[in-house]
Ligand binder design. Structure first.
Ligand code: SAM
Ligand code: ZN
Length: 183
């Protein structure tokens, strides 16, 4: 997709999904330059555990469209190293493509010691706090990336528990074994 086509797609989406804009705003966080990577999302006030921090909004897409877009993103990543993934699974028929400009939550970075997690509730995705978060702390969640191609996704989260790669915590035992077996 060219830059013009991309801009046109975004303009169309803004018109079509204006109603989602309001839902994507939150008083609890804002976008800032991140110490982990690029831009990130930071708490603007202390947040208690199990609070709905922000909704992850986007365009509902069926699985066929989702697959096409995933290939698009893959092609882009091959071209310019941009490996950003914005597609969230909703159910067996629908996904949400969060790659829309007003979706602040798309900028939340991954951490090996995350302070938030994504919850799917019906047809919506919410970012919830897992513990007390202090004002000024960066919000993070576990991207849940598969271990396949783990070397393509080095992790810079900086936490004491960082395993070195963006890989789902469920696959850490397998990842540890792979890392230990490396010459
Ligand atoms: C959805 S974007 C998150 C926002 C991103 N920081 C930005 O400015 O566009 C996801 C991308 O951010 C980067 N990223 C997120 N968490 C990271 C981490 N813990 N370590 C290294 N890069 C990370 C990776 O390039 C990943 O593909
Ligand atoms: Zn890490």
């Amino acid at each position: 997709m060219t830059d013009d086509q991309e801009l046109e797609r975004e303009a169309k989406l803004v018109r079509k999904f204006k109603k989602y804009f309001k839902r994507s705003q939150s008083d609890l966080c804002e976008v800032r330059g991140s110490i982990i990577h690029g831009r990130g999302v930071y708490a603007t006030q202390d947040i208690a555990p199990e609070v709905e921090v922000i909704e992850y909004v986007g365009e509902p897409i069926n699985k066929e469209t989702s697959e096409d877009r995933a290939w698009d993103q893959y092609a882009k990543s091959e071209e310019n190293g941009d490996a950003a993934v914005y597609i969230f699974t909703l159910d067996d028929k629908w996904d949400i493509d969060g790659n829309v400009p007003w979706n602040i939550a798309r900028l939340i970075n991954h951490s090996c010691d995350p302070n938030c997690e994504a919850w799917t509730i019906g047809q919506q995705i919410f970012i919830h706090s897992l513990r007390d978060i202090k004002e000024g702390e960066e919000l993070t969640f576990d991207y849940g990336f598969d271990i396949e191609c783990y070397e393509d996704h080095p992790c810079l989260c900086g936490s004491d528990h960082c395993i070195g790669y963006i890989v789902s915590q469920e696959q850490w035992p397998e990842l540890r074994a792979k890392l230990a077996a490396k010459p």
